[in-house]
Design a protein around this ligand. Structure first.
Ligand code: SAM
Length: 344
């Protein structure tokens, strides 16, 4: 069987943070320090972890950070990841699950980036085997963008990165926007226009309590219902059929031009369909963004564990996957790491 947790959820989706350094200091994410706290590992170590996990039924790998494109050698790493599919067919029987869900489906290798250096890397990444890219962008107004990221002139770089990704065929390119009340919710309609003009799928993400500055409160969240109401003032939307496992609710504009999506972990949690685990830049497994502990896979490697032993360790960790997050509830406990050090 594919890797399952004790609630019956199939784990098919892996996120690997390859650094917790970031060249942006987004105000809702960071307090303004230099970023790296936990450091990173040689690519060969992430590759081994990924190989074992692909052998256990993982079908999607997303590279993230920190800012993953700051890591030299990322293109070669993607090329190596792309070879895992064929290798996984040769993994030992004890690792390869019986009746797995591979079904000839190719391994999906995606990337989440702030896009700052994407323009030059989009085509090499595509050639190496990257399938999709998501670019984070929290304003379409350049001045607002600079105030959020605390980086001057970033906007032009990011726009060039988005366009290069489209040209390279890394599509559909998604643009993720986190909305904060009183800060950028006036960007909702401009983002609708941007989606139509640039041919990208804009995804609005509800703000979660994962920031370094502890500024989150329920009232800071711009909810899915508010986003939909605001966007409908611009143009009518039609909902696109939703597969249970999808995190985003997707909508197209009624005239067929442009798509938006909303990821609403706060107002419409989707934990019941969560298929994800994460590996942090320092080689720990996290079973939920809101985990209060993580599981040291890299320590197992350092002590000389075989692939079978790593697979056993991973199975034990997945067993402990949390049922759901408790955002906004009286018993909510902050995660043991903030977003930049987990990998979003
Ligand atoms: N540097 C890359 C980027 O900018 O996409 C990858 C890492 S970044 C932490 C991943 C995503 O997490 C970004 O889209 C960012 O906006 C989002 N994010 C960060 N803090 C968040 C929070 N507290 N709630 C919701 N999303 C958050």
């Amino acid at each position: 069987m594919v890797l399952h947790d004790k609630f019956g959820r199939a784990i098919t989706d892996l996120r690997i943070s390859i650094t917790d350094r970031c060249n942006y200091k987004c105000v809702y994410c960071r307090t303004g320090n230099e970023g790296a706290l936990f450091g990173d590992l040689p690519f060969a170590d992430y590759l081994r972890m990924a190989r074992v996990l692909v052998g256990m039924g993982i079908r999607k790998i997303r590279l993230t950070g920190g800012e993953p494109l700051l890591r030299k050698g990322v293109v070669d790493f993607v090329r190596e990841l792309a070879t895992l599919d064929s290798q996984s067919k040769q993994v030992p029987r004890r690792i390869a699950p019986r009746n797995d869900n591979r079904n000839g489906e190719p391994l999906d290798i995606a990337l989440t980036t702030n896009g700052h250096v994407l323009a030059d890397l989009a085509q090499p990444l595509k050639d190496a085997g990257l399938t999709r890219v998501t670019v984070s962008m929290d304003a379409v107004d350049p001045d607002r963008f600079a105030r959020i990221t605390r980086v001057p002139n970033g906007y032009d770089h990011v726009l060039a990165g988005i366009r290069a990704a489209r040209r390279a065929g890394l599509g559909p390119v998604k643009v993720n926007c986190v909305l904060l009340r009183g800060f950028n919710e006036d960007q909702i309609i401009p983002f609708g226009m941007f989606a139509r003009e640039e041919g990208v799928a804009v995804r609005f993400i509800e703000f979660m309590p994962l920031e370094e500055g502890r500024t989150w409160s329920p009232s800071s969240v711009v909810t899915m219902d508010e986003i939909l109401a605001r966007m409908a003032e611009y143009r009518p939307l039609v909902e696109i059929a939703h597969a249970g496992s999808e995190t985003a609710r997707r909508y197209r504009f009624e005239d067929g031009v442009g798509e938006i999506g909303i990821i609403a972990p706060v107002s419409h949690p989707f934990c019941g369909h969560c298929s994800r685990i994460r590996i942090t830049s320092d080689g720990k497994i996290r079973t939920c963004l809101f985990s209060v502990w993580d599981h040291d896979l890299h320590a197992q490697m350092r002590r000389g564990a075989s692939d079978d032993e790593l697979a056993e360790f991973i199975r034990g960790v997945v067993e402990k996957k949390e049922e759901r997050h408790h955002i906004g509830e009286p018993d909510f406990v902050h995660a043991s790491r903030t977003m930049v050090h987990i990998g979003g």
